[in-house]
Design a protein around this ligand. Structure first.
Ligand code: F6P
Length: 549
């Protein structure tokens, strides 16, 4: 790819933003009664409204030029063809093959994986249904009531987020729990109200070496052995990994081990056997509907023209804000309580994928890459950090997510929720200028002095951008669509930034240092001499406190 073309496309965008003086979003609406029609895109019932953003037709045209300069289409083809797009690990990134329910051939590094994926999925869903129906039972012959998933990062966030999102679809007799942290409090607190005699433990780890997961799994094995006897372990454990020999060494029965492949990145693995806990909870039909949602978006991403292609549009707006306007963070606010963990899920998806500062050739990039992604559900956020969104010194673009109707909740509550979502995007855009504030205060009977003192505090600058994703209801298929939209958005941004979105070397150093520190922290007589002064000071201070000094 000729990066100078990308640089030129960015220069044109910059120049246009300066020339046009970035017109106010509200003025863009005033000037164009058809703005909503022009600046929203649909896929089936899913609607992406990007009209409340700082862009006009010319900005969009220039952003689409950027996709051509960055060769999005051939790069998308390379991704979908299973080329080795993860260049540093020499792997494909073919999570799309996991939701390829059509069974069409899909190649990872040239090898058609469709049949292999379907076989593993059948094995997984067969097991999940057997646990659900009570065919597979606990050591005491009772039905399983609780599923505890051990995993971290992609082996936790996906199923944990989805289990919460799809709670109305989870069988009444089952409770799903997720233990990630090596902090023993996570496991201990989970087991406090969980009956071990009817609990199935799933050890999820792509590598089967991750310290947190292996530590928790070992504790759980000892816990089961102590309470139910060692012979119960076989009935109470199953595992998901790409490293089947390591799983065997841990001692899980081979018919309870579910695999996936190195071309599935951890943060893209919810579609794989890593979804076992979810599949047990929601059952085969719902799990397949979830996969179908992802498959829907793969088709849309592959086939929709770029100017109607929702993940492409989402990516371009993100790039505009990051690289032209310099906004450092992106908020994701689901007005959907069951999507409470969606922002955390997206943090890994986005920040682990695109939080990079060297390009594909290894050269340092001279531009910003991934924003900080954060968020909490609305309306809760309104009573916490929305103050900053409305009146803070930084501008934070927001993605609102909202359903047209509740999946399983009170309709009256939902109407209030929905009104609040719309009100927030409206307030961010419109703001409230000084004159309007002053008039409002005068109408309340305040005198000129009081108005002059109070009014500046009540001014909203407005012109703060947001997008809204509207869907009918949060069903398994919708959730699959939402996740896949963000996956492809992140991919497109990675292409524009010329970075490898599929490795994560940035997590390694901390892991290595923790390994080195563990013996020093674990032995209070170990020397701290080789450590930097701060680390040594903290180790010694903790020792003193443990010793009661
Ligand atoms: O430390 C980061 C990471 O490697 C993630 O990319 C991954 O999702 C997570 O750890 C868990 O890894 P594993 O599934 O191999 O235990």
């Amino acid at each position: 790819m000729d990066r100078s073309k990308v640089a030129n496309a960015f220069a044109a965008l910059d120049a246009y933003a300066r020339r046009s003086g970035a017109p106010k979003i509200a003025d863009l609406f005033a000037a164009d009664p058809r703005r909503f029609d022009r600046f929203h895109a649909c896929f089936d019932d899913l609607l992406y409204d990007f009209s409340k953003n700082r862009l006009d037709a010319e900005t969009l045209r220039l952003l689409l030029d950027l996709t051509r300069a960055a060769e999005i289409e051939p790069r998308r083809a390379a991704l979908l063809n299973g080329d080795l797009v993860n260049s540093t690990e020499r792997r494909a990134a073919l999570h799309m093959a996991l939701r390829n329910l059509s069974g069409a051939p899909m190649r990872a590094a040239g090898e058609d994986v469709a049949a292999m994926v379907a076989t593993e999925r059948e094995k997984l869903l067969g097991f999940a249904e057997a646990v659900r129906s009570g065919k597979i039972r606990a050591a005491n012959g009772a039905r399983f009531t609780d599923i505890v998933n051990f995993g971290i990062g992609g082996s936790d966030l996906g199923p944990a987020m989805a289990a919460r999102a799809l709670s109305p679809f989870i069988a009444d007799h089952l409770r799903l729990h997720f233990v990630a942290n090596v902090d023993g409090a996570d496991f201990a607190d989970t087991m406090r109200d969980t009956p071990v005699e009817t609990t199935l433990f799933i050890v999820c780890s792509k590598t089967f070496t991750t310290l947190e997961t292996m530590t928790n799994a070992a504790s759980a094995r000892a816990y089961v052995a102590e309470r139910l006897g060692p012979e119960a372990i076989a009935s109470h454990f199953c595992a998901v990994s790409t490293q089947l020999d390591r799983v065997a060494a841990f001692g899980v029965q081979s018919d309870r081990v579910f695999g996936f492949w190195d071309w599935v990145g951890g943060r893209y693995s919810i579609w794989s056997s890593i979804g076992l806990s979810l599949a047990i909870g929601i059952g085969r039909d719902n799990f397949e509907a979830f996969l179908r949602g992802g498959e829907d978006i793969d088709r849309h991403f592959r086939e929709a023209p770029l100017d109607r292609n929702i993940p492409v549009l989402m990516a371009l707006i993100g790039v505009l804000y990051r690289n032209v306007f310099g906004y450092a963070t992106q908020a994701v606010i689901p007005y959907d309580q069951r999507l409470a963990r969606f922002p955390a899920y997206l943090q890994q998806l986005d920040m682990e994928s695109n939080g990079k500062s060297v390009d594909l050739s290894g050269a340092r990039v001279a531009y910003e890459t991934a924003p900080v992604v954060w968020g909490e559900p609305g309306t809760n956020g309104q009573h916490a950090f929305f103050q900053l969104l409305h009146q803070g010194t930084q501008i934070v673009p927001v993605d609102f997510l909202v359903a047209a109707k509740p999946t399983a909740a009170d309709e009256t509550h939902h109407r209030i929720l929905f009104a609040n979502c719309l009100a927030q995007s409206q307030a961010l855009m419109q703001g409230r200028p000084l004159e309007a504030v002053s008039a409002q205060l005068a109408a309340q009977g305040l005198g000129p002095e009081a108005i002059a003192a109070l009014a500046p505090h009540k001014v909203f600058d407005g012109d703060r951008p947001s997008s809204t994703l509207l869907y009918t209801a949060l069903t398994p298929r919708t959730l699959g669509r939402l996740i896949a939209l963000y996956e492809h958005k992140i991919f497109v941004q990675g292409v524009i930034w010329d970075i490898n979105s599929f490795d994560q070397w940035g997590v390694e150093l901390g892991k290595e240092l923790a390994q080195k520190l563990a013996p020093i922290v674990g032995d209070d007589s170990a020397s701290t001499e080789a450590l930097d002064a701060s680390t040594a000071g903290l180790v010694k201070a903790a020792r003193a406190r443990r010793a009661g000094a």
